[in-house]
Design a protein around this ligand. Sequence first.
Ligand code: HPA
Ligand code: ZN
Length: 328
Amino acid sequence: MNVADLPKVELHLHHEGAAPPAFVRQLAAEKKVDISKVFNDQGGYAFKDFVHFLSVYEAATSVLKTPEDYARLTRAVLEESAANGVVYTESFISPDFCGGGDVAAWRDYLAAIREAADKAEADLGITMRGVVTCVRHFGPEKAKASALCAAETAGDWIVGFGMGGDEGQGHQGDFSYAYDMAREADLRLTTHAGEFGGPQSVREAIEDLNVERIGHGVRSIEDAGLVKELVARQITLEVCPGSNVVLGVYPSIAAHPIKRLRDAGVNVTVSTDDPPFFGTTMRREYEMLHQAFGWDADDFTNLNTTAANAAFCDDGTRQRVLKKLERS
Ligand code: HPA
Ligand code: ZN
């Protein structure tokens, strides 16, 4: 069988970062916003490095102005994910972009997103859950506002709290207040670390924020003691190989440490991060990993089971997802 046809679990997807360029162009035209600088000559997203990527991301996101826009975004993203065989997806959603950190406005955005997700579950068979994210380069005060939004809406659909943005700004520990708020609201925790930051950034994430998953975390491979600790603590890495290659963290999939981390016993999972920005899809990630490392259907089913077990959803949902991964 073609491994790309397998049912998939995705744990690391930035909601706006999954917006197809055609969708963003359409919204920009409707709203008469000029975001031509966001696109290259081929109509894809244009950026030269990670920090530039973040600013292009924010410019593209600026066309999403209402809850209705986010409902449409959700439909477009879930159609694409479902077409890639994704049966369960955890999407990072930022109150900073959805109502500017105001709880009442956030509730309206969230209601629109959930309604679109419920409809997609009914007619596309894909289950979505939300992980509220703060944005590191917006600073700890904005992160507290995001954490409050997360805490106020925590439950069976908003299941986690995380942090994206520029890893070069500040320290994980600067955000401990926001993370404490989220933890007290029973949200499960993840943060971006060990992508542009080295192993020390992963240690800080574990020690200062007490997260159970790490977004990327791949540079842990540079510290054998840390790799052992990830295994001992059963921390799951949300690995996005194609994203890492496009952003220059590694020169190729073959040079990527995902196989070495997996062979060392770390819980690794596979996601796309911001697929149209990085010219990837879940199908493509599987094809690239199959080509580079010879992983077969059993390997990928194993990765997806790891992902389902590390998902932040309730156990009833998890069992339904695990059932969909079973192969005869
Ligand atoms: N990494 C970090 N922060 C982000 C990303 C990403 O890929 N996308 C949106 N915010
Ligand atoms: Zn990410």
